[in-house]
Design a binder for this molecule. Structure first.
Ligand code: COA
Length: 371
């Protein structure tokens, strides 16, 4: 048996959903650049779930279904008030809320294709409400009901802030959702597939995936990037701060990737957005600091920025609380997780690798009073 630490380079499944080949990311064969420039998040959801782009009526139907399913059972929201809400990370709240969502679904255990598709719509619709409602409840505000006439991105920002967002904010947020929607067999997607390959239900699969996304080596990195930018505080301090971290062999959040070697194709879209939005808000310093950090880290370590690096200053410029950055990643990635879960169900085999045992050899049980 050979062990591959971190399963690097191991091909664990076949998938028709997304690919990373020669540093190019595609969803169902469409280049991410093409989709980021042209597609809406709802079109991407349809693409990932059906492996083709929707026609006009199909897109309208999906939008309607999402709008119709955004309401969340009151019990799911009421539980937030029972949490020690000031100390709960929104990713933990999301993980618990999505798990409890399954308790209110009478079809939770129905494994038919039809029921699973219904649950897919419900999950994608309700995650936006859960994240925004949690954010409001912890500030002592009432959750806001979605406006059916708004698209997914606009509704999210509306439910978060209570005002209809500006066009530029909708456009940027929608693009961020498109860019984060799927990413081949990343850690959280693999987690979701491992979970449902036991024929566990879709709520369990998505809940497991949220837990995996939360970590700072995965989706949690975007929040850490903002924390770092705030800690640095000023452009003049970038150089010494980053060099000290590199000298101490500490990782710089938002850089490096297991698969990409010459750069993450999503980063340039977020860099561009960061430039535009920070300028619009008169807060160019976040963008300027970010480019300075990029210059040092790519120069010193040859590590290009990943999707999380510039998304931090983008979300900050949209006025979003920093600990909501990773839940927003989850809102988008629900679409990819669900696509992979449905694909796993359609051609399932239990995922059960082996471990190379390196513990002691055979031992004889010793009674407790003789140890
Ligand atoms: N900053 C500084 N050095 C980094 C680094 C970073 N962000 N990412 C990797 N490295 C270095 C490691 O220290 C290691 O150096 P060494 O060989 O001298 O020990 C080498 O590059 C390989 O790193 P490793 O962590 O083994 O690579 P991986 O493929 O297992 O990890 C990530 C990939 C993404 C987990 C890793 O790059 C990382 O931790 N990045 C920061 C977190 C992040 O942004 N995550 C979001 C990913 S989209």
């Amino acid at each position: 048996m050979t062990t591959t630490k971190g399963l690097e380079g191991v091909v664990a499944t076949q998938s028709a959903i997304s690919s990373i080949i020669d540093d190019t990311l595609t969803y169902v064969g469409y280049d991410i650049d093409d989709l980021a420039n042209n597609a809406s998040f709802e079109e991407v959801i349809y693409l990932l779930w059906h492996q083709r782009l929707p026609k006009t009526d199909e897109l309208a139907e999906l939008k309607q279904q999402l709008a119709d399913n955004m309401a969340v059972p009151q019990g799911v929201l009421d539980q937030f008030k029972m949490f020690p809400i000031d100390q709960v990370h929104p990713m933990s709240a999301l993980r618990t809320a999505v798990s409890s969502l399954g308790l209110y679904d009478e079809k939770a255990e129905d494994m038919s294709e039809e029921a699973n598709y219904e649950k897919a719509i419900k999950l994608q619709a309700k995650v936006a409400t859960i994240v925004t409602a949690f954010s409001r409840i912890r500030k002592g505000l009432e959750p806001i009901a979605p406006k059916p006439e708004l698209g997914y991105a606009a509704n999210f920002l509306y439910m978060l802030n209570g005002d209809e967002p500006e066009e530029i904010a909708i456009e940027a947020f929608d693009k961020a959702l498109v860019l984060h929607a799927d990413h081949e067999l990343n850690a959280s997607t693999f987690t979701a597939r491992v979970c449902v390959a036991t024929l566990s239900d879709i709520y369990s699969g998505v809940t497991a995936a949220i837990g995996a996304l939360k970590g700072p080596l995965h989706g949690g990195a975007n929040e850490q990037v903002m924390k770092m930018l705030m800690e640095i505080g000023e452009e003049e301090k970038v150089e010494s701060y980053i060099r000290e971290k590199l000298d101490n062999k500490e990782k710089i959040m938002g850089f490096g990737h297991r698969v990409y070697r010459n750069g993450d194709p999503r980063a340039k879209h977020l860099r561009e957005m960061s430039k535009r939005l920070t300028a619009l808000r008169g807060e160019e310093k976040w963008y300027n600091m970010s480019t300075k950090i990029e210059g040092i880290v790519t120069g010193e370590k040859k590590l290009p920025p990943n999707v999380d690096f510039y998304s931090a200053s983008v979300y900050h410029s949209l006025g979003i609380d920093h600990d909501l950055f990773t839940p927003i990643f989850a809102v988008s990635r629900f679409s990819g997780w669900i696509a992979h879960i449905l694909e796993q169900y359609s051609n399932n085999r239990l995922i059960r690798p082996r471990a190379d045992y390196v513990g002691p050899g055979m031992q004889k049980y010793v009674p407790i009073d003789q140890r």
